[in-house]
Design a protein around this ligand. Structure first.
Ligand SMILES: *Cc1c(COP(=O)(O)O)cnc(C)c1O
Length: 439
């Protein structure tokens, strides 16, 4: 499998290097050179396959024999070890539940798959691979759970003290084994700059095999294509065209959907749903891409002012003539943005009308799908439900005015004992800790 950088389409990289490096040196993003179409026999017979079999077939086609079948099967089956069921709201609206993994958000798919691939590619290396992650809450939990007990890998998570929720903190600090949490007196930005500085420190990079679990690593994107096929499989065959509605922040999920479409899945259209951080809906409207600082909202995992996967979306929609890329993107994607008040009302409405508890991110998706279907009725819409509502317990309970059920894997965390190493936000202290403990 060959990959190029979105900043240089003529220099190719192999999968192993792209996964272990994360980012090309030119600061572009890795993309597959070929996105092969899957055989019709497979696309027409999805219902004959399990989710894991679908994931394996899709992955094998993209990887083009970069990994032998037996090994790839282990990687995919270990990563995709929880379901993605489709819930029906009504004949035109469905919800794809992507929150059945350990951290209760769809990021588990990407994090688990990346962990499996990194350990696979690190086999035979004498030194363990040290994955540094700075987190403002959610990503760290998914990455930690994904790498738990992965052979040859150690994860060091930096999080800002007092600035993550109690349950998020427990997700980072109670796993043990190869996962170490560093509680930093400072902000998320401090954590991120300490990690960045570590990669630039030649003494550290000489003594320790460092890598990052960056959200734009290609190995996090690829498994997100799998569940579009899995959703299709579960839809009734009623002749309606299928549209996917994707609550978006960095637009990884939507980019993966475009790739699934390229692989032959007959997706009629995409809806990009955002909160007031609406850089992409604005671009679709005006052809102007205007990144800006993000604004905090209720659907906070989508508070992104400069979506990192936009460069990949442009590539997937690229046209030859002036202005044609924008036109192509508009043909595939419609964007809508909603504020927090609308989001709260949508959480309440989905419960009232359908008896379904949706989280604030999914609720933004619900609003966008309703808006789209006012114009394009007779479509069948799938909302990607990106997180479990219990992750936003206080907010959702106050909107619905009732108690909601907390999944056991979240509830038991509250009793676990926190283990973290306290550090100041000073790089030298962090470096000393790394050298003393990992070099
Ligand atoms: C990360 C995240 C998103 C945004 O996904 P992107 O792929 O970055 O667009 C949406 N919802 C939840 C719950 C998330 O954690």
């Amino acid at each position: 499998m060959r990959l190029y950088s979105t900043k240089n389409k003529k220099a190719f990289t192999q999968l192993k290097e792209a996964v272990l490096k994360g980012l090309p040196d030119d600061n572009g993003l890795y993309m597959p050179v070929e996105i092969p179409r899957l055989p019709e026999a497979f696309l027409n017979e999805l219902s004959g396959f399990s989710f894991q079999e679908i994931a394996f077939t899709v992955c094998r086609s993209l990887f083009e024999h970069a990994i032998p079948d037996n090994d790839l099967k282990d990687i995919v089956y270990n990563a995709v070890n929880f379901p993605a069921p489709l819930a029906r709201l009504d004949a035109e609206k469905y919800v794809l539940e992507l929150f059945h993994g350990p951290s209760l958000a769809f990021k588990d798919f990407g994090a688990r798959f990346m962990a499996q691939l990194m350990s696979y590619f690190n086999q035979g290396e004498e030194r363990e691979l040290v994955i540094l992650v700075a987190t403002s809450g959610d990503t760290g939990g998914a990455v930690a759970a994904g790498f738990l007990q992965a052979p040859g890998a150690r994860v060091v998570i930096l999080y800002p003290s007092g600035k993550v929720s109690m349950l998020q903190e427990k997700q980072l600090t109670t796993l043990g084994h190869n996962i170490t949490a560093l509680e930093v007196d400072g902000t998320f930005d401090d954590c991120q700059s300490m990690v960045k500085q570590a990669f630039l420190d030649s003494e550290l990079t000489r003594k320790i095999r460092l890598t990052s679990a960056n959200s734009i690593n290609i190995s996090r994107l690829i498994p997100q294509t799998f569940y579009y096929f899995e959703a299709f499989k579960q839809l009734p065959d009623d002749g309606r065209e299928v549209v996917f509605c994707v609550p978006s922040g960095n637009f990884g999920n939507l980019t993966a959907g475009l790739m699934a479409q390229r692989m032959g899945l007959p997706i009629h259209h995409f809806i990009a749903a955002t909160n007031v951080n609406d850089v992409v809906p604005e671009y679709l409207e005006s052809a102007l891409f205007n990144p800006r600082p993000s604004v905090p909202t209720l659907s906070n995992a989508m508070d992104v002012g400069n979506p990192s996967n936009f460069a990949r979306m442009l590539d997937l929609c690229e046209g030859k003539e002036e202005g044609s890329t924008w036109n192509n993107m508009r043909k595939s994607i419609t964007g809508y943005a909603f504020n927090d008040e609308q989001t709260r009302q949508a959480v309440a409405e989905v419960y009232r009308k359908f008896g379904y508890i949706i989280d604030p991110h999914g609720a933004v998706g619900y609003l966008a799908l309703c808006r789209f279907q006012q114009q394009y009725s007779n479509t069948k819409g799938v909302i990607l439900e990106t997180a479990h509502p219990a992750k936003f317990l206080d907010e959702v309970e106050s909107i619905l005015n009732e108690k909601i059920e907390v999944p056991e894997r979240l509830a038991i965390l509250a009793e676990r004992e926190k283990r973290a190493i306290h550090l100041s936000n000073d790089f030298n202290g962090f470096k000393k800790w790394l050298m003393d403990n990992l070099a």
